[in-house]
Design a protein around this ligand. Sequence first.
Ligand code: TYM
Length: 336
Amino acid sequence: MENETKKVMLSGIKPSGDLTLGSYLGAVKNWAERADQFDCYYFMADLHAITVRQNPADLRRRTLEQLAQYIACGLDPERNTLFVQSHVHQHAELGWVLNCYTMFGELSRMTQFKDKSAKNADNINGGLFTYPSLMAADILLYQPDFVPVGEDQKQHVELCRNIVQRFNGVYGEVFKMPEPYIPKVGARIMSLTNPTSKMSKSENEDTGRVLIMDAPEVVMKQFKRAVTDSDTENCVRYDPDRKPGVANLMTIYSSVTGKTYAEIEAEFEGKGYGAFKPAVGEAVVELLRPIREESQRLIKDKAYLESVYRAGAEKAGYVAEKTLRKVYKKIGFLQR
Ligand code: TYM
């Protein structure tokens, strides 16, 4: 059985907004490049999405679109298990169990909780607080070796590792210890208009985000108006502390083209920001073009997408159930 020898990879994205260039470069790109080497599980994290209030019709639409986008980004459903989180009930069940092995103090220290509660002051719900226990359950049900995520999710994966240590410390080797898998370039793509804050799907267009479904003219407009830096140097040089806007554009260009920062500096030597910004825009347009076109084609084929997520839930559910049974037995639940 080939899967028995392969290492396992797992990750997810919340369908709380449309996929951004940040999520693509920080996470999905990494997933698609590794499909042959690993046994892979990727899901639409709808249970996580409702920690912030969602419009039901939009959530449903985006969950399906996200599946089409996963496939268009190169995640072949024949070689990756693609599923909707809420279709595999074991996530919520293990999430509850792990809540009882996660400390209030640990959850209180999560920067995402602090950020999100500041942004949603009228809806600081329990789910927002215990989000990392559910994320640990998502991970541990599949006993993955690696969890490919962007920099902002590293703290949650670290907390998951603490939970593994605590749980295994009491019950023996129940869970495999997962490793975060963070790309060297592109782990934290910043907003194009505010390069000291992360590019985020829950922000609007004016906040300098690029969506993977944006039309070429929209992408070009966003890059042309990207803030560079207030220095008078007008020189493409990698200096994230003094020139965060240029550094962010260089990171995007590097991640898309595979060029190093030194190669990029040489390419734009003496050319200035006026030439650099549209060049980054064009590279992104060409990267996104086939993804956008394939997603548009796939979204029309609802029957196909349904068959993919149903098969995905079946396979994921089988693996998840094995882990959940083991956990229930270890903690002393009476068998049915
Ligand atoms: P989410 O939906 O916020 O983001 C999805 C993935 O994209 C990465 N990412 C970025 N990377 C670089 N630059 C950016 N600007 C950027 N924005 C987003 C994120 O790091 C993430 O990898 N809690 C998770 C979803 C989740 C999950 C899981 C992930 C739920 N269960 C289990 C891994 C394993 C989240 O909110 O990601």
